[in-house]
Every structure is written in C-alpha cells, then in structure tokens.
Ligand binder design. Structure first.
Ligand code: HEM
Length: 507
C-alpha cells in the first residue's frame, strides 16, 4: 500500500516537473517568436539571474545601468524574462505614446508581481485594475490635489518642515555625522500623515513611531534580496498557492499588519466624529464609502488606499529630496545660484506657496534632480490585456510592458550630455530642452492616464523643503566621503549608503 502511494506521488511529481519544464521552454521561445531580442534567460530564474549575478559582483543592484546596456545592445525595444514572465521594455517615444496613452484601454492595469496581490495594497490605486474600479478610485482621489486644497495644505507642510529644520540645526551642532535620508523619511511620513488622514505622527522626533519603523520595514521587504519568498514566487509560479499561503508569515505581512491596524484605528476614530471637519484624503474616501450609488467603496478599499498613500507618499519624495540635497552639496555653484534666487524672493516677500511656484531656478533644480536620479524606476509598467499589434510589434496577452525612467533620462538620443547634472537645461532660454520636460523624455512620474496621482503634492513638498533648507543651511560634502551609489530595491532607486552632509548655518 505504502509503495503504491509513494509511486503515485513520485509519478505526480515527475509529471509536474516535466510539464513545468515543457511550459517553461515554450515561454522562453515567445520572445524570438514575436521578433524581439534580449539577454539569454537562465532556465529557472530567467533574466533575474543577470541582476542577481551583477549584484553579487559589485555589491549593489544597479539594474538601472544594466538596462542602459541592454538598450545599447538590443535597441529601443527589447525584452527580458522576469522569472518566466515576458517583460517588454520600450525606449522609443512613439512606442511609449501608442502603448501607454493611445491604447490605454488594452494596457490599463499595472504589471504587478503575482505575490504582491496578497499585500494590503491590492485594492488600492497602486495595484487595482480597471475591472476592479481603478477609474472610480482615481476620480475620487484626484480632487485632493486641486490647487485650492494644495494651498490649504501648504501651512501644514510648512510647519512640519520647520520641525525638520530645527532637528537638523540641533544635529549640526554636534560632532557626529548622520544620515540625512532618515530625517527626510521622518518628514515625509509626518507630512503625509497630517495631510492625508489628519493624524499627528511624530516620526521626525520619535524613531520608534510605529509608522516610521514599519513603513521602512515594508520597503525593506519588497526587495528580493531580503525576501526569498518573492524570489521563489517569481522562480516557480506553478506553486503560487504555496507562496501565497506562506505570505502570511513573511516580513512583508509582518510590516503591513501594524500599519493597516493603525490606519484602521484612524478610520474608526474619524467615523466616531473625531476630526470630522478635516478635508483630506480620508474624508474623500469616506464620502465615497457612504455613496448610495453602485460605485461606492468598501471599508477595505478605503483602508488600503490610505495605506497606499502612506507608502507612496513618503518613500518616493524623501528619496528625491535626499538626492537633491546631495547634488546641491556636491555642486556648490548650483547651490549658490539657487540661494541667490531664494534671497531675491525673500527680498520681495516670503517663501510661500505662490512665491515658491514662481521660482524658475528651483523648478529647474527639481526637474533636473528627478531626471538625473528618478527615484521610481520599475513601476511604470502595464499588463497587456489582449493580443494586439502596435507599430508592427505584436504584444501577447499577459506580457508586461515597461518603461524604465532611468533609461529614458540617461539616453543620449533624448538629452545632451545626459550624465551631467545641469539644471540650466530646464531654463526657459534653453527652449529645446525645456520642451523635453513636457513630453515623454522626462517621465519621473510615469506616463499616460495612470501617471502618479500625487505628482503635484510631491512637487510642492519637494520645492518647499529644498527652498527652506538652502535658505537656512549651506550644504557640503564631508572630506573623504564616497560618491553616492544608487541601489535598486526592485521598485525604488535609493542611496545605497548613509548620505552624510555638512550643514553650516547661514549668517
Ligand atoms: C518624487 C515623488 C514621487 C515620484 C517620483 C513618484 C513616482 C510615481 C510613478 C513613477 C508612478 C507610476 C506611474 C505610472 O505607472 O505611469 C507613481 C504612481 C503613483 N503614485 Fe507617485 N511618485 C511620487 C510621489 C507620490 C506621492 C507624494 C503620492 C501620494 C501622496 C503618490 C501616489 C501615487 C499613487 C497612488 C500612484 C498610483 C497611480 C495610479 O495607478 O493611478 N506618489 N508614482
């Protein structure tokens, strides 16, 4: 009897393995079949193996450089296998426009790694699909970023920035060097907490604040290097039911539970009347939950969208501002030019919503920072919903189509001297390059109808913080400090090591 059971199990296992190998071979033929080229895939990991090998070799993940090499080698349309999944990369503006904008209805859904469907983000704008209500969620959330609401939020943001500057002043008095990225993260968490849910987190002063600890933990755990479960799910998707079951015990689940619980408490408090006069994201979502039409939201959707805002609103903007501070510290002439503009504005009035938005050089520094170091590099992706041919290229149903911001921003065909940090390229007098920020050559916030909904908020927070920072301090790089190395955690390109700067109070 035991022998029969064992033999049956063995046969089942062998059948499974043979079937999987057969399917894999078929999948790996797909790229050539549709006329695309790319690096040869590893039988188990696909081209994930190339990223892992490079990471081992140099000590950090420079996927952004790898993609530049792939573009040079294979051209403006190439494909890689993420595990077994075909991911087509587009670098040509016409292709991007056709796929991401003109044919949006066939590419409306984000390309999401299957295991991430288990996260508490799946019902949020970040991950939801057209079929599960993306359009309605987007139209509910978009009004929070109207000019009127942004102006109303400006004072709140300003007071959080004042705390940030006080902390930096205290730290700059000591003898210790510290990582300014941590301070930017505390700031953006406090800002998004207050502006989106009217809660007073204290992430700037209290590094044990649950939002600070667990939001950072969450981002650590989306990284394949820290989360073997994600790697396994990509390598052997045939066993997805096992990976999905194990998800509950993973670091990601561990990080998101206290965050979602915290947001649930905020929800309940608001429902019981606390802060009911706040006009923020939570209010808009609750109104939609109370909506009598069939497009109403569920509580789960409300909470998951709050969670998405918390994560999307903090990591990206803090990373962008850290890059900017580093670049200004490194290029003192650029910093000086920005300070001159700040002084001029202050001579005529003060640094507020209107004056900050009228500053041309600050705008150029903002755009050039995001061109030079786009923080989000692996998120501008879509799933092909049905077979389609566009500009002679066949896109099979189920494949992902991705635009990698860094490749577009560092391509010589898009930008003159792309590896030079030069905000002047965005000034009005350089009309040729200014035009580029309005088209598909400058895409830090994505492309088409699914571009970043928080773009204007991020811009305001970035500009206000950087203007006030440079108004107060002169930034410099400490002697002997190494150049910043960008490291890709799968979605975000963030500084690999602590970013240590000298901060000198201005007279
Ligand atoms: C410098 C800061 C930021 C950068 C570089 C950035 C970048 C991006 C990118 C590249 C996307 C994907 C767009 C696409 O697929 O075409 C995205 C989506 C998104 N971002 Fe941002 N983001 C930033 C700040 C923010 C902020 C502050 C918020 C919220 C307050 C936010 C909320 C979102 C949301 C909800 C989405 C999903 C939009 C959708 O699918 O409809 N982001 N962001």
């Amino acid at each position: 009897m035991t022998l029969i059971i064992l033999s049956t199990l063995l046969i089942a296992l062998l059948t499974f393995i043979v079937h999987s190998i057969f399917i894999r071979i078929q999948k790996f033929k797909l790229r050539a079949k549709i006329g695309l080229d790319g690096p040869p895939p590893h039988w188990l990991l696909g081209n994930l193996k190339d990223i892992i090998d490079r990471t081992k070799e140099i000590g950090w993940n420079n996927a952004q450089e790898w993609h530049l090499e792939l573009q040079k080698k294979y051209g403006d349309r190439y494909a890689i296998y993420f595990g077994q999944k075909l991911d087509i990369f587009l670098c040509n503006e016409e292709d991007i426009k056709e796929v991401f904008i003109k044919n949006f209805s066939n590419f409306s859904d984000r390309g999401v790694i299957e295991i991430f469907r288990e996260t508490k983000l799946n019902a949020s704008l970040l991950q939801n699909t057209y079929a599960t209500g993306w359009k309605h969620t987007r139209s509910t959330i978009a009004p929070i970023f109207s000019t009127g609401k942004m102006k109303a939020m400006h004072e709140t943001i300003s007071s959080k920035i004042d705390t940030f500057l006080e902390i930096l002043e205290e730290k700059s008095m000591g003898n210790e060097q510290w990582d300014i990225y941590d301070d930017f993260q505390g700031l953006t968490l406090d800002v998004i907490g207050k502006c989106a849910f009217a809660i007073d987190t204290n992430c700037q002063r209290d590094r044990n604040d649950v939002f600070y600890v667990e939001a950072r933990n969450f981002f650590k755990n989306i990284d394949l290097r820290h989360n073997p479960l994600v790697t396994c799910s990509v390598m052997i998707p045939e066993l997805m039911w096992i990976w999905k079951f194990l998800y509950k015990f993973s670091g990601l689940a561990e990080a998101e539970i206290p965050l979602v619980q915290g947001l649930d408490d905020v929800y309940e408090r608001r429902r019981s009347g606390e802060g009911s006069d706040s006009v923020d994201l939570l209010k808009l979502l609750l109104d939609r939950e109370d909506d009598k039409t069939k497009e109403k939201m569920t509580k789960k959707e409300v909470i998951e969208n709050c969670f998405a805002f918390l994560l999307a609103g903090y990591e990206t903007t803090s990373t962008a501002m850290t890059y900017c501070s580093y670049l200004l510290a490194k290029y003192s002439e650029i910093q000086k030019k920005l300070w001159e503009e700040i002084k001029m504005v202050k001579n005529e009035g003060k640094l507020d919503y209107d004056s900050i938005h009228s500053m041309k050089y600050l705008d150029a520094v903002y755009k050039e920072t995001l061109r030079y170091y786009p923080p989000v590099i692996h998120f501008i992706s879509r799933t092909c919903l049905s077979d389609i041919t566009i500009r002679g290229q066949f896109y099979p149903k189920g494949c992902s189509v991705t635009v990698q911001g860094n490749t577009i921003h560092r391509s010589e065909s898009n930008w003159d001297h792309p590896d030079i940090f030069d905000p002047d390229r965005f000034l009005a007098e350089n009309s040729e390059t200014t035009e580029k920020s309005g088209n598909l050559k400058w895409i830090p916030f994505g492309v088409g109808p699914r571009y970043c909904v928080g773009m204007r908020f991020a811009e305001m927070e970035f500009k206000m913080t950087i203007a006030k920072l440079i108004d107060k301090f002169e930034l410099g790089i400490p002697m002997g400090e190494r150049d910043l190395i960008p490291d890709c955690n799968g979605v975000i390109m963030r500084p690999k090591d602590a970013v240590k700067l000298n901060l000198k109070l201005r007279e």
